[in-house]
Design a protein around this ligand. Structure first.
Ligand code: ARG
Length: 580
């Protein structure tokens, strides 16, 4: 079952194409901007009239006539309005039939794609030298949402956690680890502290620094002892990451790791291929690619450094190898890079160099899904009071603690176990939702009070809205068997009922938009609007004291709403609670 918007788009595109003498035309179907305009409107007539040098109202009238002639069951009233808008009212009967199909099998709420693709989602990807901090939050949860959404549509999603596990810092860290008195687990219990101490030692002790540099050389030449020390450091650091993913309810696991070191064996051939394509230039001993499209402030071309004068490779070199791998080994159709906006030049350059050197296939779409910085309320990047970076694991514990205090004070009658379970779900959901509900490209202010509020566009509000519908339904379940409930498709719908019905069915096209553009806030905004539409319905359409068929219809709409909220939140990575 295609989404409503997709069904209308296909239908109207076909008719417009005939009207245009077989030119493909964008019917420009959008959700109606006002309820008086129907459920959807097709705005493509004006542009076509211009191209054909015809009167838009005449052309619009022809389209209306043709649409009426299709007798498509989805279409109710069709009206021509203004300079050539076509307003579409959908048939209640067709919508109720869809509703019944979904009540029968709830997964139909979100349509599967007709053209499944192989899609890489590169996300989270922390540097393993340090602990995950608040700066990793956005990428991790935005990427996870996109992976869930694409997978739900039926694409083959390949998660890639492109962790930074290679580079000179690791020489310093393993030398410090080997020379530490404590065993590795104890020494690395707090990676942040460990890194700081190692760095202090490196800066103050010249002999230590020399040993650290030597171990980098040994690591690169494949010395077995050094490699095993490195591996043990990496394993511990990865265990820290996994603990964060588990707390966050993020779907990344061990199998999704594709660390930078994975590409080491390819780096030399990447350089050789750039060389043979004539793309490399020597600049102060370093080997660089200069492309005309990248000009610096001083009007001089910007280099993409591929290999340093000491032979070392760079971040960009690894990313070129990754493009090659994703294009030609994985054969991906799309590769999404969910990475901080500050790396946008890096990705523009990597994509351009990859294209020039044909590391990317003709067909792959390389997309930087960028996001802004997490700020504190003071308008500066979010830090602890003492100015340190905030460790993600601590932040998540604090979220659960704060949610616990809140839930406990709202519901003093609950058992402690129950409070803890709710706190865990609500705390984590609040942190995630606060981020997923903002436009990812803007900077985001981290604000505990706002994210934990039970009012406004927040996780607690939506989770509570869901739990309330479930409670309401469970009270009705004594009288009515809900699992087999079906609505009479001939029912007359009030304005509130129809609006709610159309809104629930629109989840599918919202998911299509998220899959295409990568903006999770499209989904969160939809869920918030859905709960508002539900409230209006709930206030105007009582379930008690009405005829049985009206009651069935309204219960059906409650079931559908609950399903849309649950499935939508799940795709944001948020588990719902049946009771709150
Ligand atoms: N490890 C990098 C960082 O912490 C992010 C890697 C993103 N992915 C990529 N393919 N470059 O900044």
């Amino acid at each position: 079952m295609d989404s409503l918007k997709q069904q209308l788009t296909t239908l109207i595109a076909r008719e417009l194409q005939e009207l245009s003498g077989n030119q493909p035309v964008n019917p420009n179907v959008i959700t109606a901007s006002k309820p008086e305009f129907g459920d959807y409107q097709a705005n493509g007539v004006m542009a076509l009239a211009k191209a054909l040098k015809r009167n838009p109202r005449e052309l619009g009238a022809e389209l209306v006539e043709r649409l009426e002639a299709t007798k498509n069951p989805l279409l109710g009233n069709i009206e021509l309005a203004g300079p050539g808008f076509v307003n579409l009212h959908l048939s209640s009967e067709a919508l109720l039939q869809d509703a019944n199909d979904i009540l029968d099998s709830p997964t139909l709420l979100i349509s599967k794609t007709d053209s499944p693709q192989t899609i890489i989602v590169d996300y989270s990807s922390p540097n393993l030298a340090k602990e995950m901090h608040v700066g990793h939050l956005r990428g991790t949860i935005i990427g996870d949402c996109l992976a869930r959404v694409l997978e739900r549509q039926g694409h083959q999603v390949i998660r890639q956690n492109h962790v930074g596990d290679w580079g000179t810092q690791f020489g310093m860290l393993i030398t410090f680890m080997r020379e530490s008195d404590a065993n590795a687990d104890v020494a690395l219990a707090d990676l942040e502290v460990f890194y700081r101490e190692a760095k202090a030692r490196f800066d103050s002790d010249a002999e230590f620094a020399t040993r650290a540099r030597e171990s980098v050389v040994k690591l690169q030449s494949g010395d077995a002892d050094t490699l095993s020390a490195w591996q043990s450091f990496i394993d511990t650091s990865l265990a820290h990451c996994q603990a964060v993913y588990d707390k966050l309810n993020v779907t990344l696991g061990h199998d999704d790791l594709k660390p930078e070191s994975f590409y080491n064996p390819q780096l030399k051939s990447i350089v050789d291929r750039l060389e043979s394509e004539g793309l490399l230039t020597n600049s102060d001993g370093a080997r660089c690619v200069f492309l005309d499209e990248f000009i610096g402030k001083d009007e001089k071309p910007l280099p993409v450094i591929i290999q340093k004068s000491d032979g070392g490779y760079l971040y960009a070199t690894t990313d070129l190898a990754a493009v090659e791998y994703r294009s030609h080994t994985v054969n991906a159709d799309r590769s999404l890079y969910v990475v901080d906006a500050r790396q946008s030049l890096h990705f523009q350059q990597v994509f351009a160099v990859a294209r020039a050197a044909k590391f990317s296939s003709e067909t792959i779409s390389l997309e930087h899904i960028s996001y802004g910085t997490m700020m504190g309320k003071d308008g500066k990047p979010f830090k602890t009071r003492s100015g340190d970076t905030v460790k993600l694991t601590d932040l998540l514990d604090e979220a659960v603690e704060r949610a616990g205090a809140l839930v406990g004070s709202k519901n003093p009658e609950l058992e402690e176990d129950e409070i803890n379970a709710i706190a865990k779900a609500v705390g984590i959901a609040s942190v995630k939702y606060a981020d997923l509900s903002k436009n990812r490209t803007s900077d985001n202010v981290f604000d505990w009070d706002a994210m934990l509020s039970f009012e406004g566009n927040t996780a607690p509000y939506l989770m509570y809205a869901y739990a309330r519908i479930k409670t309401l339904l469970s009270k009705q379940a004594e009288e009515t068997e809900l699992s087999t409930l079906r609505i009479d498709t001939k029912a007359n719908l009030s304005r509130e009922e129809k609006t709610l019905l159309v809104k629930t069915l629109q989840l599918s096209e919202v998911i299509e938009a998220v899959a295409q553009d990568g903006y999770p806030n499209t989904l969160s905004n939809y869920l918030y609007e859905l709960s508002a539409v539900f409230m209006r319905f709930y206030e105007n359409c009582p379930i008690k004291g009405v005829d049985e068929d009206v009651r069935t219809l309204r219960l059906g709409l409650c079931l559908l709403t609950a399903e849309a909220l649950k499935q939508g939140l799940e795709l944001l990575g948020i588990d719902t609670l049946e009771r709150m």
